[in-house]
Ligand binder design. Structure first.
Ligand SMILES: Cc1cc2nc3c(=O)[nH]c(=O)nc-3n(C[C@H](O)[C@H](O)[C@H](O)COP(=O)(O)O)c2cc1C
Length: 396
């Protein structure tokens, strides 16, 4: 693919299978949205008995290489289950049964967190195939998560899964030095066991000021984290996860700082803050969202409605900041979308909402990706990526 070739924006649509329709019927019977959110755990475990085994397609094998010699990220395919689905890291190898080639577990904080107290904290917005989330970083704490990742890593790799850990600062800490210490410690524990670490600086639902809006503190924090990384024997990739609602000038200052600190990559993006959802095109009236009314504006929206923004932002950022490795995330629910984004230069795609709506969507998405690739003349993904530099281009 030539560097300057433009990729047209297409919001590729899929047709529902009989299984998808049955699932939407089941959703109407399960009244608790949080229970529906947790349904992926048992499903991933029983998947092999339903005929969905962890089998990776040889033609989709994918590796992200980093020019700063960070350890490459090796995946059975370029689809990663995004943070927030496997919050507790209890079912890592099973993510391959759902069809993924990678998973980001967490987000983890230093200690256990119950998350937001209000209920409901999750709402399925069926008409828009979107989710409204206001969980508030509930997780068992980084020590527990790291132990679970360590115990399951061998199995995960055997099944072609790469495993990242998402970490965030503990909400509610007032003192800046204490905040830094908290974050650096959480990072250090995650870094020891994960294939890559994602730093979540964009959670819209804890009531905390987002770090991607506080460039001064964000720079201090990343500078400490990257210093810790330099002291450790093994160099692994560090990604920053940003919010999709940053203005161009906010993006410029965040990205310039991250580039100067030699952060490897970006996860683009987290959920879209619901208090700014008037910028999204939705069919559902905002005042009818259940979580929105119980939690005020605190929360974020995910799913199909985000894709246009994801595509345009990736296009812009890849053009302006080609050094970053990018994992695109937000509304990716079709294999052809993954292919368009790979052609824009991303190194992997992350998805979550699509599997809440269509449990085995990844099987179809992988087929769609293979088909789109072949239409463009590539028999295997590595034939496409070997011809182009991937990952960070930064000098050491
Ligand atoms: C219920 C729910 C919980 C989430 N929790 C987290 C989280 O803990 N950490 C994080 O970085 N992103 C979290 N996310 C955001 C997703 O990782 C992803 O960035 C977002 O949903 C957009 O992708 P999608 O449209 O494919 O879902 C969560 C999303 C949902 C729907």
């Amino acid at each position: 693919m030539s560097k300057n070739q433009t990729i047209p924006f297409v919001d590729h649509e899929y047709s529902l299978t009989a299984g998808d329709r049955m699932l939407s019927l089941i959703r109407t019977l399960v009244r608790s949205p949080e229970m529906r959110h947790h349904s992926l755990t048992p499903l991933s475990r029983i998947a092999p008995f339903l005929g969905h085994k962890a089998s990776q397609d040889p033609d989709l094998k994918h590796t992200i290489y980093f020019q700063d010699r960070s350890i490459p990220i090796i995946m059975g395919n370029p689809f990663i289950l995004a943070a927030g689905s496997n919050k507790t890291a209890e079912w890592i190898p099973e993510c391959a049964n759902l069809g993924f080639g990678g998973v980001t577990v967490g987000t983890a904080t230093r200690n256990l967190r119950e998350g937001n107290l209000h209920r409901p904290r999750v709402g399925m917005i069926e008409l828009d195939r979107a989710i409204h989330n206001s969980m508030g970083l509930n997780n068992p704490g980084i020590d527990v998560i790291a132990k679970r990742v360590d115990a399951q890593m061998g199995q995960a790799h055997k099944k072609g899964l790469s495993v990242g850990i998402s970490v965030a600062e503990t909400p509610g800490l007032e003192d800046e030095e204490q905040k830094l210490e908290d974050m650096v410690e959480t990072f250090r524990i995650a870094y020891k066991v994960a294939d890559y670490v994602e730093i979540n600086i964009s959670c819209p639902n804890t009531g905390e000021a987002r770090l991607d809006l506080d460039t001064r503190f964000m720079e201090r924090m990343f500078s400490q984290v990257m210093k810790v990384r330099k002291q450790l024997a093994v160099r692994k990739a560090v990604y920053a996860k940003l919010s999709p609602d940053l203005t161009e000038s906010q993006l410029t200052s965040v990205l310039a700082a991250l580039r100067d600190l030699e952060v490897n990559g970006l996860v683009l993006f987290n959920t879209f803050p619901s208090d700014r959802s008037k910028y999204l095109t939705m069919q559902t009236p905002l005042n009818s969202l259940p979580v929105l009314t119980s939690s005020g504006a605190r929360g974020g929206l995910s799913g199909r409605i985000l894709y246009r923004n994801t595509f345009r932002a990736v296009e812009y950022i890849k053009n302006q900041y080609p050094d970053f490795s990018i994992m695109a995330c937000g509304g990716i629910d079709h294999g052809a979308k993954a292919w368009d984004l790979l052609k824009l230069g991303v190194d992997a795609v992350q998805a979550y909402t699509v599997v809440a709506y269509r449990w085995f969507a990844l099987e179809q998405m992988r087929r769609e990706l293979l088909q789109a690739m072949r239409q463009d003349g590539y028999a295997a993904l590595n034939k496409f990526t070997e011809g182009r530099p991937t990952g960070s281009q930064r000098r050491i």
